[in-house]
Write a protein that binds this ligand. Structure first.
Ligand code: ADP
Ligand code: ADP
Length: 229
C-alpha cells in the first residue's frame, strides 16, 4: 500500500524578468509506502522543495498525477489536502499569535471541529506546553521550528512532510525533532523529509530517493543506497 503515488510529474515555473522558463521537475515517478520514513535527497536546486510544495497543494503542477492516501489531487483536492501536513522550511509565523492561538487558527483553516482539537496534546508533544501563551516573536528559532511541526499536525494527517527540518539547528533540537518524528511514525504516520544531511537520512529514513535536476536518479533502502555512495 502506498501513501503517495506520483506519476509523470512535471513542473515548469513561469519565466521571470530575464530568466527563461526552466523545468524544475522533469517526469518524476515515485511511490512512497505507507508507514515508512522516506527521504528525499539531492543538491540545491534539484527540485525537492518543488515536489514537496506540489504535494502540499502550494504549487500547481504542470503535468502528471499525484495521489495522496488514495485521493487524486485533481479529482479530490480537499481530501488529498486533508491527508497531508507540511512543516515548511521558512520560519514564517505571525508574530502576534501565541502557539496555542496559532494552532487554533490552523485547526480552523483545516475545518477541525472544536471538539476534536488537541492543542494541549500537540504542544506537549513538541515540548511547547510552557510557551503556550507566549507571543511567537518571543520564541527562539528552535521553538519556532517546533511550533511549525505542531501546526503541521493539527488536522491529524496520515502523511507528514518535513522540508529540511533540521537545517541550521543545534544538535539538541535536532535530536528532539528526530525523536518526535520517530514517535509519530511509530504511531503509524507516514513521514517524508528532505535533507542535506546524510547523517539525518541514515538515522531516520527507511528508504531514500535521490533527486537531481528534476528527476529521480536513484531509489533504494537507506542501507543499500548509502553503501553505494
Ligand atoms: P532550497 O534549496 O533550500 O529549497 P531555494 O533557494 O531553492 O531553497 O528556494 C528558496 C525559496 O525561494 C523557495 O520558496 C523557492 O520556491 C523560491 N525560489 C527558488 N528559486 C526561485 C526563483 N528562481 N524565482 C523565484 N523564487 C524562487
Ligand atoms: P531544491 O528544493 O531541491 O533546492 P527547488 O525545488 O527549490 O529545489 O528548485 C528547483 C528549481 O526550480 C531551481 O532551479 C529553482 O531556482 C527553481 N524554482 C524554485 N522555486 C521557484 C519559483 N517560485 N519560481 C521560479 N523558479 C523556481
Amino acid at each position: 500500500e502506498n501513501a503517495i503515488e506520483i506519476r509523470g510529474l512535471e513542473k515548469t515555473y513561469a519565466a521571470g524578468k530575464g530568466s527563461p522558463a526552466k523545468p524544475a521537475l522533469r517526469g518524476v515517478d515515485l511511490e512512497i509506502p505507507t508507514g515508512s520514513v522516506f527521504g528525499l535527497l539531492g543538491p540545491n536546486g534539484a527540485g525537492k522543495s518543488t515536489l514537496i510544495n506540489i504535494l502540499a497543494g502550494l504549487v500547481v503542477k504542470t503535468a502528471g498525477q499525484v495521489t495522496i492516501w488514495g485521493f487524486d489531487q485533481d479529482v479530490n483536492p480537499r481530501q488529498s489536502r486533508a491527508s497531508i501536513g507540511v512543516m515548511p522550511q521558512e520560519l514564517n509565523l505571525d508574530p502576534f499569535f501565541s502557539p496555542r492561538a496559532a494552532l487554533e487558527v490552523q485547526a480552523g483553516l483545516y475545518g477541525v471541529p472544536k471538539s476534536q482539537r488537541r492543542s494541549d496534546e500537540i504542544l506537549a508533544l513538541v515540548g511547547l506546553e510552557d510557551k503556550a501563551e507566549a507571543y511567537a516573536r518571543t520564541l527562539s528559532g528552535g521553538m519556532r521550528r517546533r511550533l511549525l511541526l505542531a501546526k503541521a499536525l493539527v488536522h491529524n494527517p496520515h502523511v507528514l512532510v518535513l522540508d529540511e527540518p533540521t537545517a541550521g539547528v543545534d544538535i539538541e533540537l535536532r535530536q528532539m525533532l528526530w525523536t518526535n518524528v520517530r514517535r509519530l511514525n511509530e504511531q503509524g504516520m507516514t513521514v517524508i523529509l528532505t535533507t542535506h544531511y546524510l547523517e539525518e537520512a541514515e538515522e531516520m529514513c527507511d528508504e531514500i530517493a535521490i533527486i537531481n535536476a528534476g528527476q529521480v536518479v536513484a531509489r533504494d533502502s537507506t542501507a543499500n543506497l548509502l553503501d553505494r555512495l
